[in-house]
Write a protein that binds this ligand. Sequence first.
Ligand SMILES: O=P(O)(O)OC[C@H]1O[C@@H](O)[C@H](O)[C@@H](O)[C@@H]1O
Length: 306
Amino acid sequence: MIPSSLRALLDDTQGQRQAEWAGRTLWLAREQWGELAVSLQGAQVLHYLPYTPGSTHATGSGTPALDAGWLWVTSTPQPSPGAIRGGIPLCWPWFADENTADESPDRSGPMHGPARKAEWHLDAADEHEEGIELHLSPIDQLHKQLVPRAVIQANAKRLHVELVTEHRGETPVKMSGALHSYFAVTDAHRCRVEGLAGARYLDKLQGFAEHVQQGELGIRGPLDRIYESNREVVLDDNRRRLRIAKQGSDSTVVWHPGDDLPTDTPTEVGRRFLCVEAACTRLDPVWLVPGAQHLLATTITCEDAP
Ligand SMILES: O=P(O)(O)OC[C@H]1O[C@@H](O)[C@H](O)[C@@H](O)[C@@H]1O
């Protein structure tokens, strides 16, 4: 589900172009295979919609429903450079307030790290018949030793996002991070996340109390959990089954704030997202040594697709 202002920009796009939205520069693509919107603030995918053969928008004869995309974005984002709630924010080089790789003397760095508020540069946009591949890197240096880059691939079947970290310094660094994906769902409190049964988890709403997931996870209210899992999961919202695979991640975070919504989230759309995040957290921090690199990636496909 994306805001109507973003929908209008996509409707005006044929091929690829840059456009301004909510004070940010976006890279928009509307091609035979589908649609993609990426914010250069944060190298953040905001929207992805593959066109299925035979659909009206695949032939250019219709506009997809507002909620057809796989990702959710708030209609009232904070002004730039505030973090954009929605899509796939890149949390780097730490997850939440863990501040693992924070270099500030008092470890007072921002929640989820500086990458999602930073401006990124589009280094390459490779287009081919089946889809598109974007390469982005931050304009400013975000860490003294670690350098991130992002790769985004989209085609008619899948969305794939990579966050690569290279260690170009001299001393080992402990980092964490997340691909903080906001999936569009019909009702967050009627969703099921399959693939976590038997996994140990920390419940952030219970002071990080440790539990083991009994059976599959059904969501009925606020939830903030870090699962110890490197498995792929399926998000079923009773309308669509999204398969979320990942690499370089031994933590899966599942989050929805319930009815106590953040100020940038209107009540009427507050139940229309669920975060399922490929992450590295306090359960599986990454120790990067000089010269090494780490790949955190997610691949999202739809089980219902032909
Ligand atoms: O509002 P933010 O900074 O995007 O973070 C949202 C949430 O992100 C999740 O990843 C965390 O598990 C939550 O604890 C947090 O509240």
